[in-house]
Design a protein around this ligand. Structure first.
Ligand SMILES: NC(=O)C1=CN([C@@H]2O[C@H](COP(=O)(O)OP(=O)(O)OC[C@H]3O[C@@H](n4cnc5c(N)ncnc54)[C@H](OP(=O)(O)O)[C@@H]3O)[C@@H](O)[C@H]2O)C=CC1
Ligand SMILES: CC(=O)N[C@@H](CCC(=O)OP(=O)(O)O)C(=O)O
Length: 301
């Protein structure tokens, strides 16, 4: 049975992964909580594991990878941002293309995707691959996340202080997820990314407005929807849903590990809004990690 050590098990993402692992035939090795930040104790846990899951801030994740450098057989799944576009790391988004599941299955090092990139890449990559959207198309990505996306400090701010109700952030336009989105969506022009946090714990909507008239050729709303349906046909985690809804509740998929894509629009005005709805802690973090762990352990995806 695969032995798994979660470095950062007590954090938001670590707890989510720990809960989900109860359904898999793996043995979870837990560190003495008093030693959870002790490098020697963490190294000893890694020595006893086949798979190490990093649920740590970026610097601590880099330190953990250095600690594990001498262990020849241990495999690593990193939930942080530290290695998502690093060389020799596979990207843990099995739905990326037809070969990604097989690459994850044999990889030694896998980076779990970011929550916002999961939505943005999920919407954009199939359209760019299919030639419906040029790689240098000017894109704006708007997104709202539940406050759990900000980890412990944001959770405390919302649960102890009650707010704020809604705020934009990342307004310096340097968000850490932009390089990851560009790299895996296949965008050559930097998108504008405007994230926000709402006063709800879990949930996320990533939305991308498009002027169809600015796409080459004559692209219809139905062409975009058909492209996404074709790409995600057979996926258990990602579905393309009817856009016949007037409103979309960002928290509706809380505690689920799926992601819903929609193509809203008006053919009259040639306007489209693409949306991806997910739980930032589900398909946006621990749910995706469980999917990757299953693939890495040969237990299906
Ligand atoms: N929350 C989310 O929606 C998502 C988070 N992620 C990523 O997952 C990672 C963890 O985030 P999240 O779970 O939200 O963060 P949390 O702050 O909730 O948890 C981080 C955990 O790591 C522990 N930790 C910090 N430094 C060290 C260290 N040097 N050695 C061992 N343990 C350490 C913390 O302990 P202590 O609290 O005692 O400091 C805490 O238990 C981050 O990289 C984040 O970017 C990814 C996708 C979504
Ligand atoms: C609401 C909030 O603060 N969200 C975080 C992203 C969530 C997260 O931790 O991102 P990773 O998926 O890359 O780890 C942020 O914007 O930095």
């Amino acid at each position: 049975m695969t032995r798994v050590f979660i470095d950062g098990e007590a954090g938001t993402t670590g707890l989510g992964i720990r809960d989900r692992l109860r359904g898999l035939p793996v043995e979870v090795l837990s560190i003495d909580p008093a030693k959870r930040k002790d490098p020697q104790a963490r190294l000893e846990m890694m020595q006893g594991a086949d798979l190490v899951i990093l649920c740590l801030p970026d610097d601590a994740a880099r330190e953990a990878v250095s600690l594990a450098a001498t262990l020849d057989t241990v495999r690593i799944l990193d939930a942080s941002t530290a290695h998502r576009i690093a060389p020799h790391w596979e990207y843990g988004f099995p739905e990326l293309d037809g070969g990604q599941t097989a690459r994850i299955a044999t990889a030694r090092h896998v980076a779990n995707p970011g929550c916002y990139p999961t939505g943005a890449i999920g919407l954009l990559r199939p359209l760019i691959d299919a030639g419906l959207m040029p790689a240098d198309h000017p894109i704006t990505i708007n997104a709202v996340s539940g406050y759990s996306g900000g980890g412990r400090s944001e959770i405390e701010a919302h649960e102890q202080n009650g707010g704020p109700a809604f705020e934009l952030y990342g307004l310096g336009l340097e968000h850490k997820h932009v390089p990851e989105i560009m790299h895996y969506a296949g965008l050559t022009r930097r998108p504008l990314f405007v994230p926000s946090i709402g006063h709800f714990a879990q949930g996320m909507i990533v939305s991308i407005p498009l002027q169809l008239a600015d796409l080459p050729g004559y692209v219809r709303i139905s062409d975009i929807e058909a492209c996404l349906r074709n790409h995600y046909a057979g996926s258990r985690q990602i579905s393309v849903e009817s856009a016949d809804v007037a409103r979309l509740d960002a928290a509706a998929l809380a505690d689920q590990d799926t992601m819903e894509l929609r193509v809203h629009g008006s053919e009259t005005w040639r306007h489209v809004v693409l949306t991806a709805r997910l739980d930032n802690l589900g398909k946006g973090a621990a749910g995706a990690a469980l999917q990757n762990i299953s693939i890495m352990c040969g237990l299906g995806g």
